[in-house]
Design a protein around this ligand. Structure first.
Ligand code: HEM
Length: 409
């Protein structure tokens, strides 16, 4: 059985220089409950190394310098995505398509998924996202308070996913349970059980789409042949699982961070209410400033970085936070500047290289819509002084609670 926190300390390989060894648990970096970003930035010091090794979680490298993170993320020749996560066994359970495939095998699947997410399909969804956001806001606005993560950030992506795949809205509570297990596992399900439950839930819809394609996301993707042949059932399940796991907790985490920033910065709220045309640029900058996804790679060739040779077979962890918040990569990276000239592809919130997020356009649209509707409908809101903001670490770091208050109308 695969649990999310594991492993007795392994022997440290001979090629790891002793001065690169740190004691750092990616799931529980010290202080993460209060500040995910500060907990990670503790690894980055002026003049410090760009690559370290931790014996925790089975033993792996961590790229700590911004350029090392970005360079390794793009190196699909020497670094494979097969492992999925440093957590032993997780990759074998998930077998995601396209995420765990390497080029050139990855290409045809990636192409099919990208066609499903083409902007010509995503842009027309905006009114539905607006409606979903407003439904949720209707239920909260009169109360003058909410816990944003539980009551909004974790709900909207589930609802949208069901809309995307054309599943009846009455089914939302069932999928919501999986969404919650994914974002906040309570130990009641193993990863195997969660993957199986998701497959069982999706299978009837998937089977229908394979037999009689409609115009939903799964049908669109599955109608694109893989090197001239149809998708197999196993491949189709792995792709659907990837989309579900890829798009729920990542978006929930980002929405939580955006709400946290706005609640802490009333001047930014006021500016965006007065100048709503700034919201798309503000969303881009907030997505750069609050990156929470980290990825794992297994090396298939030796690679030298920062004077250290990593060997084929090693695992390396690439945290986008240590790229986007490295002052050597971005000017005053912790400042939120809505007029920052961002080359959206340059930061690594959505990854880099051949696996860059296929849902990036959809995620950006969700963030923009939520900011626009939340700022349009609600009066100025703030953090509830009586309830703490809490965060968690992991492959997708996130706020676990963002308690908000406002004056009810
Ligand atoms: C703010 C929200 C999101 C963030 C921060 C995010 C982040 C990422 C990152 C960093 C990667 C690269 C992984 C790697 O290099 O190993 C990725 C890939 C991926 N994402 Fe997202 N993602 C988000 C939303 C979504 C959504 C909404 C979906 C779909 C519903 C999605 C589906 C995927 C898929 C399928 C891949 C794999 C692409 C490939 O392997 O070619 N993501 N995402």
């Amino acid at each position: 059985m695969t649990s999310l926190a594991t492993a007795a300390p392994p022997a440290i390989p001979d090629h790891v220089p002793p001065d690169r060894i740190v004691d750092f648990d990616i799931f529980q970096p010290a202080g993460v409950e209060e500040d995910y970003f500060a907990a990670w930035l503790a690894l980055q010091r002026p003049g410090g190394p760009d690559l370290v090794w931790t014996p925790r979680n089975g033993g792996h490298w961590i790229a700590t310098g911004g350029e090392a993170v970005r360079q390794l993320w793009g190196d699909a020749a020497a670094l494979s995505s097969e492992v999925l996560a440093v957590t032993p066994g997780l990759g074998d359970v998930m077998r995601f398509i396209p995420l765990q495939l390497d080029p050139p095998e990855h290409g045809p699947y990636r192409n099919a998924v990208m066609r499903g997410f083409a902007s010509s399909h995503i842009a027309p969804l905006e009114p539905q996202v607006v409606a979903l956001a407003n439904d949720l806001i209707d239920g909260l606005i009169g109360r003058g308070t909410c816990e944003f993560v539980e009551e909004f950030a974790e709900v909207l992506p589930v609802n949208l996913f069901l809309t995307l795949i054309g599943v009846p809205t009455e089914d939302r509570p069932r999928l919501r349970v999986f969404g919650k297990q994914l974002t906040r596992p309570d130990g009641s399900m193993t990863v195997e059980e969660l993957a199986q439950a998701v497959d069982d839930y999706l299978w009837p819809f998937l089977q229908q789409r394979l037999e009689m394609p409609g115009d939903d996301l799964f049908s669109r993707i599955l109608s694109v042949p893989i090197q001239g042949r149809a998708w197999t059932v196993d491949e189709a399940k792995r792709m659907c699982r990837n989309l579900l796991f890829g798009g729920l907790d990542t978006v929930a985490a980002m929405l939580g961070m955006v709400a946290l920033h706005l609640a802490r910065n009333p001047a930014d709220q006021a500016r965006l209410r007065a100048e709503p045309d700034l919201i798309p640029a503000a969303a881009d900058e907030l997505m750069r400033r609050y990156p929470t996804v980290s990825v794992s790679r297994n090396l298939v060739a030796d690679v030298a970085v920062d004077g250290v040779e990593m060997k084929a077979g090693d695992l390396v962890y690439l945290p986008s936070v240590l790229h986007n918040l490295d002052p050597r990569s971005f000017d005053a990276p912790q400042e939120v500047r809505f007029d920052r000239k961002l080359n959206a592809v340059k930061h690594t919130t959505m990854g880099a290289g051949p696996h860059r997020c296929v849902g990036a356009g959809l995620a950006r649209m969700e963030v923009i819509v939520v900011m626009r509707e939340w700022l349009r409908r609600l009066p100025p809101f703030a953090l509830d002084p009586d309830r703490p903001v809490t965060m968690k670490g992991g492959n997708v770091g996130a706020c676990t609670a963002v308690p908000l208050v406002w004056q009810p109308a």
